[in-house]
Ligand binder design. Structure first.
Ligand SMILES: Cc1ncc(COP(=O)(O)O)c(C=O)c1O
Length: 371
């Protein structure tokens, strides 16, 4: 049993509605369904699934993803990767630039315990990684981040990527593995034709870049990218070898509108605090437990309620015109956060429940681990 799974917590065996609210809850059956659905999609395809764990930040869930066939995990930061390795994951990809000296040292120390891949987009950073890897006596796997359309990090496709790949290949302590390209600007585009067209356009550039590298004698083993909204686009693009979908495990209402085959497995249980008028429902869950960076929260099982606003510790919902609600003060409701990943990062533990009863408490050991 892993230390991040608590089965002797006082909540275990108790109905979720008895939890002190606000309480983060994962429906194990829905979570497992999401994990299995994505795993099944990739099972007989050339690309392997390497889910992004910034959605849940919980090693218990990462282990479920690996048990279902994932090849390793994708992380945003070194500290997140450390939490995953501490939780038994032995293959981590930091899909980001690691540039601070102390962070590079930590990355190298991690490579003494697990297989570590890191993204680069700068020759100076490659030199720093190479020096540190040699000092620590480790080999870091390296992919070149290519900005094939998102406009965030990454070198341009084509020759700039080739030149940087050559630098990596010459650098001791580093092993060139391939290319990383993330279509983050379109993963949630509401128009699936745009989502597909832009994703295909991006990966066409990435694959052309792969071909250029190979024509220059560099073996490109990995082409990685992808998010939940494009799992069936970039995930099947010829030449893509790994897919980084993350949100599919929890989902949130706005993402689900675009990818309805994955269920809302994560919610924050909240108590109705006040019914100041027949059309108002005020809960005890606000920004500090639900986050508010994007998306709109929704109250499970209460389609009559529309989101109005969040303040720090209150959720404010209105009964839609022509509807009524039977909710009363003291009732407990499950609120799906507008953005599951940001909300998950606000909680040190989640209650893992089946049929409304807590089965275990999972520690969110990578919560806040953004260093
Ligand atoms: C580099 C990278 N890959 C994959 C993902 C996962 O995307 P999604 O949450 O849409 O599944 C993200 C999300 O932020 C990301 O930044």
């Amino acid at each position: 049993m892993f230390a991040d799974v608590l089965t002797d917590h006082p909540a275990v065996g108790r109905p979720v509605v008895d939890l002190p609210t606000p309480a983060p809850v994962v429906d194990i059956a829905l979570l497992q369904g999401n994990i299995d659905r994505m795993a099944a999609f990739f099972r007989d395809r050339p690309a392997r699934l390497r889910p992004h764990v910034k959605t849940h930040r919980a090693p218990a869930i990462a282990r479920m993803q690996l048990a279902a066939g994932a090849t390793g995990v994708t992380c945003a930061k070194v500290a997140m990767a450390e939490a995953m390795v501490d939780g038994g994951i032995d293959d981590v990809f930091v899909a980001n630039q690691v540039v601070a000296r102390q962070a590079i040292d930590r990355l190298c120390r991690l490579a003494q315990r697990a297989r570590v891949t890191v993204a680069v987009d700068d020759a100076g950073n490659v030199a720093a990684l190479s020096d540190a890897a040699q000092d620590h006596g480790v080999t870091l796997d390296v992919v070149i981040e290519v900005d094939a359309g998102m406009g965030r990090c990454g070198v341009q496709p084509g020759r700039p990527a080739l030149e940087l790949a050559k630098v990596v290949c010459r650098s001791r302590g580093l092993r060139f593995r391939g290319l990383h390209a993330y279509e983050g600007h379109v993963v949630q585009h509401e128009d699936v034709t745009v989502r597909k067209a832009e994703t295909d356009r991006m990966f066409a550039r990435a694959i052309e870049t792969r071909d250029l590298l190979e024509r220059n004698g560099l073996a490109v083993a990995v082409v990685t990218g992808g998010g939940t909204g494009t799992y069936n686009i970039s995930g099947v693009y010829p030449g893509v070898t790994e897919h980084q979908a993350g949100s599919y495990v929890y989902m949130d209402p706005s993402y689900r509108e675009k990818v309805p085959e994955f269920d809302l497995a994560f919610s924050i249980l909240c108590t109705v605090l006040s019914r100041p008028s027949p059309e108002k429902v005020i809960t005890d869950g606000g920004i500090q437990v639900l986050a508010r960076d994007h998306g709109t929260p929704a109250v499970a099982g209460h389609p009559e309620l529309a989101y109005r606003s969040l303040s720090e510790e209150h959720g404010n919902f209105t009964v839609r015109d022509g509807c009524a609600t039977d909710l009363r003060i003291g009732d407990v409701v499950a609120v799906h956060p507008g953005h599951c990943c940001s909300a998950a990062n606000l909680h040190d533990r989640v209650y893992a429940a089946r049929q409304g009863v807590v089965e275990a408490v999972w520690l969110v050991t990578a919560r806040g681990r953004s260093e």
